[in-house]
Design a protein around this ligand. Structure first.
Ligand SMILES: [Zn+2]
Length: 181
């Protein structure tokens, strides 16, 4: 006997109700479903941005500081080690006693590319846009992020940029770079 046959035999026939006893479920049309969904709410699995509140992440201070216009990270004073991304524990000595420090607001484009298709959910209308690696001035950190303020075709390696914090549209904060004036 195949496993399929065995499963079919074990299925109790009593659970099958006559068709008239089960009215078809009321299914909203796609249009109605769209209308009932808050505009900025993204499906969790397709959400490009992290959850930010204190009950969602131990790194909530990073986002709270973004709200104050400050891009910051953690630093281990024991190792004199600046982390990126920010950590809850030092990757070298494992202490959880870390300082929060502001990062420089200026940097230069180390490398960049452009998103021309296949943008993350919610960003489909924004293509093409530039993304790249930026070396921040005065610290040994190279950050990835979006680069705004110039078409990607006119962007250059070494371009000076500044850090910008912004609300992504549902109350959460993130950072990006903008070509400096
Ligand atoms: Zn450490």
């Amino acid at each position: 006997m195949s496993p399929e046959t065995g499963r079919r035999r074990r299925a109790p026939a009593a659970v099958l109700s006559p068709p008239e006893a089960t009215p078809p479920p009321a299914v909203a049309s796609p249009t109605e479903r769209e209308r009932s969904k808050p505009a900025a709410k993204r499906p969790f699995l397709l959400d490009f941005f992290p959850l930010e509140t204190a009950d969602q992440t131990r790194l909530h201070r990073f986002y709270e500081r973004l709200r104050e216009g400050r891009l910051s990270t953690t630093r281990c004073s024991r190792d004199d080690l600046l982390h990126w991304p920010p950590r809850t524990a030092c990757p070298k000595c494992h202490t959880e006693i870390l300082d929060w420090v502001d990062l420089p607001e200026r940097g230069r484009v180390y490398a960049f590319s452009a998103v021309l298709a296949g943008a993350p959910y919610g960003m489909e209308d924004e293509v093409p846009f530039a993304v790249g690696l930026v070396d921040l001035d005065g610290v040994p950190l190279r950050l990835f992020g979006r680069i705004e303020g110039r078409p990607w075709t006119a962007l250059r390696i070494g371009e000076p940029v500044r850090v910008e914090t912004y609300d992504i549209g549902d109350g959460r904060m993130f950072y990006r770079f903008r070509v400096a004036d």
